[in-house]
Write a protein that binds this ligand. Structure first.
Ligand SMILES: NC(=O)c1ccc[n+]([C@@H]2O[C@H](COP(=O)([O-])OP(=O)(O)OC[C@H]3O[C@@H](n4cnc5c(N)ncnc54)[C@H](O)[C@@H]3O)[C@@H](O)[C@H]2O)c1
Ligand SMILES: O=P(O)(O)OC[C@H](O)CO
Length: 333
């Protein structure tokens, strides 16, 4: 199979290295200054040091259309902020396309009520594309090291799910299918916000009981939000719900969790984000999730607390007091 991966960050590179062991893979980097040293050194020293490129992996820069010409599968591996542009370029492309981006599009215009999920952007920009998302609990570094990982391929098209299995399913990587793309994308977006919350919780040494409570009640928030957007409840018990929430909320490789840990140390949001060197999608997701939940009449108190903190409208102590001071309610629920 010929696969083109658009975007040479940590995750795009990890999956390109993985698939390059069995398929012809072109990894497209936004600028030549990134591509040239990668081709020479056979490693992405900036975003994924240590993962040696297999022979069948080549790096290209420049015109993306040249990179994906003739590909059987295109993978968009950019942050959400770049997804619309990539989908725009791919309009009219006949082979399946899948994105790896987890989150919502950042709001650039204040008149926009909230940022869109990936499948909503695709519906606006390229409705005819045969498309889906590859998501689930997966730190790029671990996939690059060949550590056992399970992903979920979500699409309304069986052909897209099957092709993603053919491309990536292997000895160290299992790929499961799901036709609930809304649920899988909601899971991948909301877990980022909840990982900021658990990072804060752990950074403030609130304890393991508190972290378990945040994860569990966070899953309830994620599920309520997803159901209101048309997702299926069982998706949130799967890899992109519970699975990615547990990984991102507890795993110290998570950039979103790191944002919470750094805020707990007294860093500003700008300092926390700058120190990562990678994207933390939860920072953009938080406001959208809360804004959309309010419009839908859904209660998301943990996400509300994260937004108040990110906006500098609340201290961690106030956010905690707000959560602990809520009226008793049902569990689960
Ligand atoms: N890193 C992970 O472990 C991981 C795992 C699963 C999903 N994801 C998701 O994948 C997406 C990408 O994450 P990442 O970790 O690879 O990010 P990263 O911060 O490591 O790299 C981002 C890459 O995107 C490129 N980029 C930025 N804007 C671009 C544009 N306009 N056009 C083309 N390329 C552009 C950058 O040059 C860089 O190569 C995010 O949505 C993230 O949530 C990441
Ligand atoms: O580092 P994070 O927080 O963006 O999480 C990476 C992956 O999404 C985990 O599945």
């Amino acid at each position: 199979m010929k696969i083109c991966v658009l975007g040479a960050g940590a995750w795009g590179t990890a999956l390109a290295v993985n698939a390059g062991a069995r398929h012809d893979v072109t990894l497209w980097a936004r600028d030549a200054a990134q591509a040239t040293p990668m081709n020479a050194a056979r490693v992405n020293a900036r975003y994924l040091p240590g993962a040696i490129f297999p022979e069948r992996l080549s790096v290209q820069a420049g015109d993306a259309a040249q990179a994906y010409a003739g590909a059987n599968l295109v993978i968009i591996a950019t942050p959400m902020a770049a997804l619309r542009g990539q989908l725009h370029l791919l309009r009219g492309f006949k082979a399946p396309v899948a994105w790896l981006s987890k989150g919502v599009e950042p709001v650039v215009d204040e008149s926009q009520p909230f940022g869109l999920l990936a499948h909503e952007i695709r519906a606006e920009v390229a409705p005819d594309l045969m498309a889906g998302v590859l998501s689930g609990p997966s730190f790029a570094q671990e996939v690059a090291q060949g550590r056992p990982t399970a992903l979920v391929a979500a699409s309304a098209h069986a052909q897209v799910r099957d092709l993603l299995v053919e491309a990536f399913h292997g000895p160290a990587l299992r790929v499961y299918g799901n036709d609930d793309i809304v649920g899988v994308e909601v899971g991948g977006a909301v877990k980022n916000v909840l990982a900021i919350a658990t990072g804060l919780c752990d950074g403030l040494a609130l304890g393991l009981n508190a972290r378990a409570a945040l994860i569990t009640r966070g899953l309830a928030e994620m599920t309520r939000f997803g159901l209101a957007l048309g997702a299926r409840a069982d998706t949130f018990m799967g890899l992109s719900g519970l699975g990615d929430l547990v990984l991102t909320a507890t795993g110290d490789l998570s950039r979103n969790r790191k944002v919470g840990l750094l805020l707990a140390q007294g860093r500003t949001l700008a300092q926390a984000v700058d120190s990562l060197g990678h994207v933390a999608e939860g920072v953009y997701c938080a406001r959208t999730v809360v804004q959309r939940a309010r419009l839908l009449g859904i209660e998301m108190p943990i996400a509300e607390g994260v937004v108040a903190l990110l906006d500098g409208k609340s201290s961690p102590a106030q956010a905690l007091a707000n959560l602990m001071g809520r009226e008793p309610s049902a569990d689960p629920g």
